[in-house]
Write a protein of this length. Structure first.
Length: 73
C-alpha cells in the first residue's frame, strides 16, 4: 500500500511539472527547467522505489540540469 502512495506522489509531481511546461509565455529556459524537474521527479521516484526524498531530489537535480541546457542557435 505504501508503494502505491509513493507512486501517486511521484506521478503527481511529474504531472504538475509537465503541466507547467505548457504555460504560455514561458521562456525556453523556464520550459526546460520545468521539463527537467518533471523528468527528474519520475526518474528519482523510480530509482528510489517511490521514496518522496528521491522524487524531490530527482526533481531538484532535473530542474537544475534543465535550467542549464542551452537551446541550439
Amino acid at each position: 500500500m505504501k508503494s502505491m502512495k509513493q507512486l501517486a506522489v511521484s506521478l503527481s509531481l511529474a504531472a504538475v511539472a509537465l503541466g507547467m511546461a505548457g504555460c504560455a509565455g514561458m521562456s525556453t529556459q523556464d520550459r526546460n527547467t520545468a521539463i527537467g524537474a518533471g523528468a527528474g521527479a519520475v526518474i528519482g521516484g523510480v530509482l528510489t522505489g517511490g521514496s518522496p526524498v528521491g522524487t524531490v531530489g530527482g526533481a531538484a537535480v532535473g530542474g537544475v540540469i534543465g535550467n542549464q541546457v542551452k537551446p541550439p542557435r
